[in-house]
Design a protein around this ligand. Structure first.
Ligand SMILES: [Zn+2]
Ligand SMILES: [Zn+2]
Length: 61
């Protein structure tokens, strides 16, 4: 029971975390990486990230 609670709490935290990271286009490579708690490894996305931006090539509106 305690383990289940831990999982639910972790899931709730992940949800709010990914909501805060919603600057990425839903389903983009960066969005998927962010949801795994990682940064997208695509060179174009890494460059954009360094510049404090979101890669526009992969996150078209
Ligand atoms: Zn990306
Ligand atoms: Zn990119």
């Amino acid at each position: 029971m305690k383990a289940l609670l831990t999982v639910l709490t972790a899931a709730a935290m992940m949800t709010s975390f990914s909501l805060a990271e919603s600057k990425y286009k839903e389903g983009s490579c960066c969005d998927k990486a962010a949801k795994k708690g990682e940064k997208c490894q695509h060179p174009c996305c890494v460059d954009a990230e360094k510049a404090g931006k979101v890669c526009e090539k992969c996150n078209k509106k």
